[in-house]
Design a protein. Structure first.
Length: 268
């Protein structure tokens, strides 16, 4: 089986587990084949929708299109995929209105000016700790207000969107702060992933982690959730300003979504 760029999709023992399709583009799109049907995680750009559909196959029986966050490179193909499959689109409540075109998007100013993905109706509005199909929703606010990970407990698969990506060195990392609504909040949120047992970490960008995935995730969470050096977080928000600092108008509203639990204590 070939990926959208002609590269073979790994089989069990050589990368990804069977029943999992990875379509690599500007961002990663995944499809999980379960007994009840297929679930698509993220939708890529609109022009890549046909490649996603061809990888899933004619017997796709798509049960849901699950979006990790509102950015155009992850939701651009959702309208085309929904039209072709008839499957409902799911996203977290705090990103749903932006995906539907009813609220401004967060993201870099360049993306907001130049990228206008087709809007799509979010049928399944998700909350932290809820479920959609076989997946548990883990709200990880920071990259966007409504960023989530999807955890398939039965198969120990963790789809992180851009809450965790894999960098060019092959390491799990945060997305660049220039593309993130609240960098400090993004780091704090990762504590919610502590203790998860995973067979694979499937990021929004970069190559999936399939070897020693639990250990690598735990090390990443431990490293990134420790207190950050004092700084003024850069918020790239729908208000249109490239930066918002404490005390500026909009700071309080921009922080309203931040996960408010404290960081876990440092292990001795």
């Amino acid at each position: 089986m070939q990926g959208s760029g002609g590269a073979p999709i790994p089989k069990a023992g050589k990368g990804l587990p069977d029943g999992l399709v990875w379509v690599k583009g500007i961002s990663n799109v995944y499809a999980v084949r379960d007994p009840e049907g297929t679930y698509i995680i993220d939708a890529g750009m609109d022009k890549g929708a046909n490649a996603v559909l061809s990888q899933i196959g004619a017997d796709r029986n798509v049960k849901g299109i699950l979006l990790t966050h509102q950015h155009p490179d992850h939701v651009g193909g959702a309208a085309s995929l929904q039209k072709a499959s008839g499957a409902p689109v799911a996203a977290h409540r705090m990103d749903a209105l932006a995906i539907e075109g009813k609220a401004p998007r967060s993201g870099s100013m360049m993306a907001r000016v130049l990228m206008h993905p087709p809007v799509v109706k979010v049928v399944d509005v998700l909350e932290d700790g809820g479920t959609v199909g076989p997946f548990t929703v883990i709200h990880l606010p920071g990259h966007t207000p409504g960023s989530v990970a999807f955890y398939h407990k039965g198969r120990s698969l963790l789809f992180t969107g851009d809450a965790l990506i894999v960098n060019r060195a092959g390491k799990l990392s945060l997305s660049k702060s220039g593309f993130t609504y609240d960098p400090e909040g993004a780091a704090m949120s990762l504590a919610k992933l502590a203790g998860l047992s995973v067979s694979a970490v499937l990021p929004g960008h970069g190559t999936p982690i399939t070897e020693d995935a639990t250990e690598k995730l735990a090390e990443t969470v431990e490293r990134l959730t420790h207190p950050l050096p004092p700084s003024s977080p850069t918020l790239i928000g729908p208000e249109g300003r490239p930066e918002v600092h404490p005390g500026d108008p909009g700071w309080k509203e921009g922080q309203a979504f931040k996960w408010n639990n404290t960081r876990p204590p440092r292990s001795s």
